[in-house]
Design a protein around this ligand. Sequence first.
Ligand code: ZN
Ligand code: ZN
Length: 300
Amino acid sequence: MGFVRWIQILTVRKHEDWKEILQRSPSVLELRCLEDAFTSKTPKNVLVQFKCLRALYIDAHGDIIRRDSGQFAYRDLFKVLPPSLLRLEIAHAHGPDLRVIQTVREHCPNLVVLRLGRCSMFNRIPPCPFWREYPLDHDAYIAAIGTDDFAHSVAQELVPMHSLKALRIGVYFMHSNAVLAHRAYHVRGVPAPDGVDWQQALSVVQNIPVPQPPARLDQNLLVDFYHQDAEPDFGPDSCTFCHDSFEPSRGAEARANRIIKRLLPGLQIMEWMDWFSPSHRGVSQHPIEDLVVPASNAPP
Ligand SMILES: [Zn+2]
Ligand SMILES: [Zn+2]
């Protein structure tokens, strides 16, 4: 029994592991692919050879390549998935969720659980080369504006996924400047000014005057400020200033849940990333099995 179990759940640590693991592919029910599992040499259809695969975890941190120009470009780690798949978890992705959703929609009609996680300043310490290059783009996954539209666009893409019961989207419904506000001002016992920018915030942290344009602070200071292992005990009551955003943040999640539930009535659990959690790495989970939503032409 133990032996059978051993070949049913396998971990792919590096590209070279595929050759041996593929020999056992008919017996594999669950596969864990770590960051170095997919290289440019890995066939994009390698996963479809696992005909009985039920659960798949992919650390997608390798979904970017640096071009000769120095710029980063996204790359697909896979283009096909086995139709037997019931559970898919993507972690540490930089690329858009849409690419994964499209592949899932096309190949995995029976998928029950979908978790889409991103590489963020909270889970990548020290920072990776991507966030060293684009430290001003963290609002891709932490934002309080446009959340209804975002939820609607995600749900629309998933409408054909009739078996889907649990969905996690790796975004925070929190102000994009929450990290600046909290770490530069709140921890010093003062509220952050409206529209705080990073030059202003880091001047407070460094206790220096705000540089006058065209002078600017070194962007690497911001990178290091963002990617620090902080506040393992953080929660809704840890900061009175952040707490003012707690209800609005939960309210945005609840609105998004209703929008999604309307388009995906079979969904039972919805999860978003949660600023108000230890090290800001937790999820805000909502059981929505019994959520009653108004007709599709009514406001959310
Ligand atoms: Zn990264
Ligand atoms: Zn705060």
